[in-house]
Design a protein around this ligand. Structure first.
Ligand SMILES: [Zn+2]
Length: 441
């Protein structure tokens, strides 16, 4: 067994070149600062407080050694799809090079939703932390992570980045639904290169890559919220001092990881320098924690890359709330984020919904059983699920949803009313022929 669980590694600040060098673990101790959510059913809020209370004792301070002991170079996972292009455009329209060609809209013969289009439906923004055998709010087992990919795929979900959702550029085939995978805390079990140079097939990146090779329709990317200067192994996916390599080699590995993610259509997101509880600090410190985190991540990104997504550590808001998305630090440098991710809340509204608030995007924690329950719920009652119409130039929705539409979000797109989805539990007339029944996971 390669995942060793909870050991807490040494501090490593040496890869945080412009960061706050501050000893101590940014662990959570209790409450979280989410404000009361509007439009939220109790189904979605259940468990959120407990989840937040447990938070980063595990998620920021534990340890998952993603694994030196893995198999030797699974060639598929190791090489991954060699790709040109990437998600480096600030507009968010870029998809992973090869993947966009291999399975762009219209070329996806995979499973579909059983309902008609509803682009005012809700979107799952999934929140993952660590991979490990002892599953909990902040750990997902390897088996269940593979199952999540499979279950979502079989029901017609396809990955998109947070950036794509926020820009409204959800360019998916008709009858499929967007799902955003967000990986917080950049721990080693998420992404690790084996000594032979291959990606550890037991890491989340390794599993994702293998799944994509089997299912080319799984062509989009995920959103990776990085901590440059947290406690090992949550700094740049464990590329810490304890790794037996010199600084130059470690930085080269970090660069290799970032490059790989960009080339495969993924998004890089800031999660602060070392996961400070922003509710407990003064404005200057808050801005420095966010800004120095951004600087340290940008050290490895193309100069023209614009980080657009910020994930609040533990969902804790700064006292001065707007500092989560805009601030000034270190002699006038600034940060500006289009999206601020909450730590919980349930499926988020569509970016075309009047209730859309990019500075407070709800997430869905991949806690034990939670994704399974949500997918089963939408199998039975798909009315609130976002389903694409396959046309990036239109925003389609059934008449019953019309009052939700925010026309100011349409841009050049046309609004279009379409036939309603069927009643709960009834198969759709005229559903896409490739529909696959839920497999009962
Ligand atoms: Zn976190």
């Amino acid at each position: 067994m390669m995942h060793t669980g909870e050991d807490i590694g040494p501090l490593s600040m040496d890869l945080a070149p412009r960061g706050t060098r501050r000893a101590g673990c940014a662990c959570v101790q209790g409450t979280h600062g989410r404000r009361k959510r509007r439009l939220m059913s109790t189904r979605y809020t259940r468990g959120a407080a407990a989840a937040a209370a447990l938070a980063l004792l595990l998620a920021a301070c534990g340890g998952d050694k993603g694994g030196n002991g893995g198999e030797k170079g699974d060639a598929k996972a190791a090489n991954g799809p060699a790709v040109a292009g990437g998600d480096t455009s600030a507009s968010g329209q870029a998809r992973g090079g090869q993947t966009a060609n291999a399975a762009g809209p219209g070329q996806d013969n995979g499973p579909r939703a059983k309902t008609g289009a509803n682009e005012l439906g809700r979107i799952l923004v999934l929140e993952y932390h660590r991979i490990g055998p002892k599953e909990g709010e902040w750990y997902r087992s390897e088996a269940h992570f593979r199952q999540d990919l499979q279950s979502l795929y079989e029901r017609g979900y396809r990955p998109v980045t947070m950036r794509e959702v926020a820009s409204g550029n959800i360019n998916l085939p008709a009858g499929t639904s967007p799902v955003v995978f967000v990986f917080d805390d950049s721990s080693q079990g998420q992404f690790y290169y084996l000594p032979n140079g291959g990606i550890d097939p037991h890491t989340m990146v390794g599993m994702w890559s293998a799944f994509k090779q089997q299912h080319p329709e799984w062509s989009g990317g995920a959103t990776w919220c990085v901590l440059p200067g947290a406690v090992h192994p949550s700094n740049f996916w464990g590329e810490a001092k304890s790794v037996p390599a010199n600084r130059q080699e470690r930085e080269a590995t970090i660069k290799k990881k970032i490059d790989y993610l960009l080339q495969n259509g993924h998004e890089i997101c800031n999660h602060t320098m070392w996961h400070a509880k922003l509710s407990q600090y003064e404005d200057g410190f808050v801005q420095d924690q966010i800004g120095s985190g951004q600087d340290s991540i940008m050290h490895y990104l193309p100069a023209d890359y614009k980080i657009t997504t910020f994930a609040l550590p533990l969902g804790l808001w700064p006292k001065n709330r707007p500092l989560a998305w805009h601030g000034t630090y270190r002699n006038g440098k600034t940060y500006d984020y289009q999206v601020v991710l909450e730590v919980s809340g349930g499926p988020n509204v569509s970016p075309f919904d009047r209730a859309w608030d990019p500075h407070s995007v709800d997430r869905f924690i991949a806690a034990p059983g939670a994704i399974e329950r949500q997918l089963a719920h939408w199998d039975q009652d798909p009315a609130e699920r976002y389903v694409s119409d396959g046309d990036p130039n239109t925003v389609s929705y059934p008449a019953r949803e019309a009052s939700k539409l925010d026309r100011s979000r349409l841009g050049n797109r046309q609004a279009k009313e379409v036939a309603d989805t069927p009643a709960a539990g009834h198969p759709a007339a005229g559903a896409a022929p490739a529909a696959t029944p839920p497999s009962g996971h």
